[in-house]
Structures are given as structure tokens and as C-alpha cells.
Ligand binder design. Structure first.
Ligand SMILES: [Zn+2]
Ligand SMILES: [Zn+2]
Length: 170
């Protein structure tokens, strides 16, 4: 299949013409500059396999991105989970299977409102592993009420580290 490839005026990356809603901008730039729907990028060998963007934004768009925070999507979260689980020992992987849940957003009163809560990915006794997508790391917190993270933390752990920590938690 041959898809028409264009060069983005803003970031100068090649992109698939029919992956963007704008004539001269890649879907990523058209999203950050004009609010069009972005591609849910999947990078493979340095290119998005869906829109062919190379992942390098212009300085200007990078500036916009650092201001405009967006909660992590479920598919991005699942990539992080897969990456973490792949680094576990066989034994720890069994442990993970026992505590992991289908990711669900739980309430957190301090900073959780903007992203409509934080993703909880595992529960062990009264502890949960959740992803802090503001600080970009996995954290362990207790809970007293199911569905609500009791305390906010700012660890920037990878998942496999949190799994090892929660395993040792009393
Ligand atoms: Zn672009
Ligand atoms: Zn893309």
C-alpha cells in the first residue's frame, strides 16, 4: 500500500497525508497548534507506524507541550506496564499476576481531579500500585476506601521497582 507522504511545515517531519486533518501539518503539530485530533502514536523504529511522524517536535510545540498537561492514555499506560513486567523475574511475575488488576482510575483528592483520578494497576492488602502521570512514575499508597488513593506520592519509579517494593511491604 502506497500512502502519500508530506512534510510538516512546523516540525519538518514526514507524515502520512491522510493521517492528518490539516493540509500542511502532521497530526501532532495540528493537535498542539490548532486542537485537531492527534494520532495515538505507536512508535516503531523511530517512526509512528500510524502517521509516520518521527516524534521530534519543533521547539515551539515542545514549549506548548510542557504547558499543556494531558493525562496518560490507557494504551500508553499498558505500554509502561508491559515494559515493567518484561523486566521481572519468573517468581516476581507470578507475584504480579496475583496482585495486578485491570487498570482502573481511582480518586485522589490532592492532585487527582485534573486527570480524573490516577490509574491503579495492582492491589495488595491495603496497598495499591498506581501511576502518577504528573510526575511520571509508579507509586505505592495505602487505601482505606476502595476506589480512593489515601496519600499522594511523587516517586518516579518504574513498575518493576514498585512491584518489588510492594512485595516487601508489611
Ligand atoms: Zn509536525
Ligand atoms: Zn502517529
Amino acid at each position: 500500500m502506497n500512502r502519500e507522504i508530506k512534510i510538516c511545515d512546523e516540525c519538518e517531519s514526514e507524515y502520512f497525508a491522510n493521517a492528518s486533518e490539516m493540509m500542511k501539518l502532521c497530526p501532532d503539530c495540528s493537535h498542539y497548534l490548532y486542537g485537531y485530533k492527534n494520532c495515538d502514536h505507536e512508535f516503531l523504529n523511530g517512526r509512528c507506524s500510524k502517521c509516520y511522524w518521527n516524534g521530534r517536535s519543533s521547539d515551539y510545540v515542545n514549549g506548548l507541550k510542557s504547558i499543556k498537561w494531558e493525562p496518560i492514555s490507557l494504551s500508553e499506560l499498558q505500554d509502561l506496564i508491559e515494559a515493567g513486567v518484561s523486566k521481572l523475574s519468573v517468581e516476581d511475575r507470578e507475584f504480579w499476576k496475583a496482585i495486578s488488576i485491570k487498570p482502573a482510575k481511582w480518586k485522589e483528592l490532592q492532585y487527582g481531579a485534573e486527570g480524573n483520578g490516577f490509574w491503579v494497576v495492582a492491589i495488595k492488602d491495603s496497598n495499591v500500585i498506581w501511576y502518577n502521570d504528573i510526575e511520571e512514575g509508579f507509586n505505592i499508597s495505602t487505601f482505606t476506601q476502595y476506589g480512593e488513593i489515601a496519600k499522594y506520592y511523587t516517586e518516579q519509579d518504574e513498575l518493576q521497582w514498585s512491584i518489588r517494593k510492594i512485595k516487601k511491604a508489611p
